[in-house]
Design a protein around this ligand. Structure first.
Ligand SMILES: N[C@@H](CCC(=O)N[C@@H](CS)C(=O)NCC(=O)O)C(=O)O
Length: 205
């Protein structure tokens, strides 16, 4: 059984979306990150070294898996429960693109968002994420053919990247881009994303 350590209006909504896309049983345990004592939950502490959500605990026949970080969790869940079809197999040629996009959120989008929101001056060639404009250019090219990052196949990478596009919009840094707006609409039209966002909205802490 999978336990998702979750708090509304946080990055944990991504993993809620991912789990809603998968046909696997899971339970949600609320960790109110705005109340430090909430982080004393021993299962949460064992799962999230930085005390951040999302985190998960997965009790498997081989033992209990504890882990944190959206991209790491996404990679784990999609591989561990392959019946969901959310990750190309290791011998599938689209696996390369899949891994690239799975790490684009933590490695490129989020640092580039921080750059934009904090007005950092960065060197495009020396900063690992390039810069905000380069991040957007590459992202636009990635989604313009569509409907998904891997073409016709929806994958866990769309959950990571689609939720990041949604967060960019929420934080007012989504550039005026027809390709990104259309991709965001396609993501938002997915029943699983709607379900996750509705759950997020119903519980405000
Ligand atoms: N790299 C992590 C970041 C997770 C993160 O920063 N979560 C925030 C909420 S959106 C958090 O838990 N903050 C509480 C804290 O750091 O005390 C991921 O993508 O999952």
């Amino acid at each position: 059984m999978i336990t998702l350590f979750w708090c509304p209006q946080t990055r944990a909504s991504r993993i809620l979306w991912l789990l809603e896309e998968m046909d696997v049983p899971f339970e949600i345990r609320m960790i109110d990150i705005r109340k430090p004592e909430s982080k004393n939950d021993p299962d949460f502490a064992a799962s999230s070294p930085m005390g951040k959500v999302p985190a998960i605990m997965d009790m498997t026949a081989n033992g209990t898996v504890h882990m944190a970080d959206s991209a790491a969790i996404g990679l784990y869940l999609a591989d561990r429960y392959p019946a969901s079809g959310l990750a190309p197999a290791v011998d599938d040629p689209s696996r390369g693109d899949y891994l690239y996009w799975m790490t684009y959120t933590p490695g490129v989008i989020e640092p580039a968002m921080a750059e934009k929101m904090n007005n950092w001056e960065v060197g495009r060639a020396t900063s690992g994420w390039g810069n905000f404009d380069l991040m957007v250019d590459v992202l636009e090219k990635g989604v313009e053919t569509g409907p998904w990052l891997l073409g016709e196949r929806f994958s866990a990478a769309d959950v990571l990247v689609g939720s990041s596009v949604y967060f960019m919009k929420l934080f007012g840094v989504l550039p005026d881009s027809r390709a990104l707006a259309a991709y965001a609409d396609r993501c938002l039209a997915r029943p699983a994303y709607q379900k996750a966002l509705a759950r997020d909205a119903e519980l405000v802490v």
